[in-house]
Design a binder for this molecule. Structure first.
Ligand SMILES: Cc1cc2nc3c(=O)[nH]c(=O)nc-3n(C[C@H](O)[C@H](O)[C@H](O)COP(=O)(O)OP(=O)(O)OC[C@H]3O[C@@H](n4cnc5c(N)ncnc54)[C@H](O)[C@@H]3O)c2cc1C
Length: 379
């Protein structure tokens, strides 16, 4: 692996940095987990998209710049270093889009991707159910064949952004008689405002309606919104989870920027040598994660799959994020306990990291069994 960026990549970095310096809002946008913040973030997605910074690695025909994964990583570093707003369209861009690139038809890509890039259509992931989280294959929501499409029945839960989003993607049981639970599932897209959909927001620890549960009663989905072959949804879903845990959901730029912020906080308020060591650990961790990600990106660019290694990423960033925020709160002392500022909010959200995108217990089992070849344990 060559660790130096090329002059072309450096020029790309400079261009991104200049654009962000001119456009990132001076004051932070309201939380995207509120109606007002959601609208403000949608407008930001449109601004990014107007100058083709919304999805830099996508082909130009869908609103991107067609750049490779290394330039995407460079862009992400600049994005977070500039303090730019969190991406309200991340479920669509990071999860559904790679799935569409791999499994959808040309017609579906042309229809879905441009409005995703511009923030006109914001997507939610509708996978989890009350009885199907870690054991996703036990999901019970059904899609039943009808003229020209399918009718959805059932309940989904913990669907991030669904309180304000436009559309959702999920997996549904289309063959209840299939011999194994992960067979007979179909991957499809549906409209959150279609007749038969009830969206009920779920309040989070911080009180914001970040999630929703979805109740589906004969919701019509046309055939054109089925991704891949009916009955083969599990295989497609597994390619989505690889993307979620692997390269795209948490790029190192985010943690490099957080570690720099922590360092600034230490310079303002730090005295305790024990906390100083934890600040140093945060900086080392961010750099280690960056290098590990560049190594994965090199493998990816060489045509390899990331596979079960994405579970290493997921465990690392989720534990890193909690440790970083705990260090910041220790530095802030009583101020951290009382202030509803970004560190306190970030800390509360970091607690969810070991749960979403597949819990860390499950990731550790995957690492043990598939990467280390250890015998099957609890399952
Ligand atoms: C912030 C956040 C956002 C989310 N966003 C979405 C979203 O947008 N869309 C969506 O569909 N879902 C979303 N989820 C749901 C998330 O994917 C599930 O919470 C997660 O998969 C765990 O499922 P569960 O909550 O049903 O817990 P369970 O599966 O019931 O697990 C409970 C506990 O038991 C452990 N456990 C279960 N099985 C095993 C096993 N075989 N071996 C060892 N330990 C085991 C788990 O690790 C966990 O600690 C989100 C969750 C959070 C917290």
């Amino acid at each position: 692996m060559d660790l130096d960026l090329t002059p072309d990549e450096d020029a790309f970095r400079a261009e991104a940095r200049a654009w962000l310096a001119a456009h990132v809002p001076a004051d932070p946008l309201p939380s995207l987990e509120t109606a007002e913040g959601f609208a403000a973030h949608r407008a930001w997605e449109a601004e990014l998209s107007a100058d083709r910074w919304s999805v830099v690695s996508w082909p130009e025909e869908f609103g991107g710049r067609g750049v490779d994964i290394f330039k995407w990583l460079v862009f992400e570093e600049e994005y977070y270093a500039a303090g730019a707003p969190g991406r309200v369209s991340q479920n669509g861009i990071n999860l559904l889009a790679p799935t569409l690139f791999d499994h959808a038809t040309d017609e579906q890509r042309a229809r879905v991707l441009p409005s995703m890039a511009s923030g006109e259509v914001i997507w939610a992931q509708a996978w989890s159910e009350p009885e199907a989280g870690s054991d996703l294959a036990s999901l019970r929501s059904r899609a039943v064949r009808t003229d020209g499409g399918w009718l959805l029945h059932g309940q989904k839960t913990w669907s991030s952004r669904a309180a304000f989003a436009d559309r959702a993607f999920g997996i549904f049981r289309t063959d209840p008689d299939a011999p194994k639970p992960h067979q007979g599932l179909t991957y499809l897209m549906f409209d959150l405002r279609a007749p038969g959909v009830t969206v009920r927001p779920i309040g989070r620890l911080d009180g914001k309606p970040a999630f929703a549960e979805l109740f589906l009663d004969e919701v019509f989905v046309p055939d054109e919104d089925v991704i891949g072959e009916p009955g083969r949804g599990w295989r497609i879903a597994m390619s989505t989870t690889g993307n979620e845990r692997g390269l795209t959901l948490r790029s190192p730029g985010r943690f490099l920027a957080s570690a720099e912020r922590l360092l600034r906080l230490w310079r303002e308020r730090g005295e305790d040598p024990a906390v100083r060591d934890r600040v140093a650990d945060a900086l080392i961790g961010a750099r280690a994660y960056q290098l590990f990600t560049y190594a994965n990106a090199s493998r990816f660019a060489a045509g390899e799959q990331i596979g079960a290694e994405s579970s290493l990423n997921k465990v690392f960033w989720s534990e890193y994020d909690m440790a970083l925020h705990e260090t910041a709160l220790d530095l802030l002392g009583a101020d951290g306990e009382t202030a509803a500022g970004e560190w306190a909010e970030g800390y509360v959200f970091s607690l969810a990291g070991p749960i979403y995108a597949g819990t860390n217990e499950i990731q550790r089992d995957i690492i043990a069994e598939r990467l280390l070849g250890l015998p099957k344990g609890r399952r």
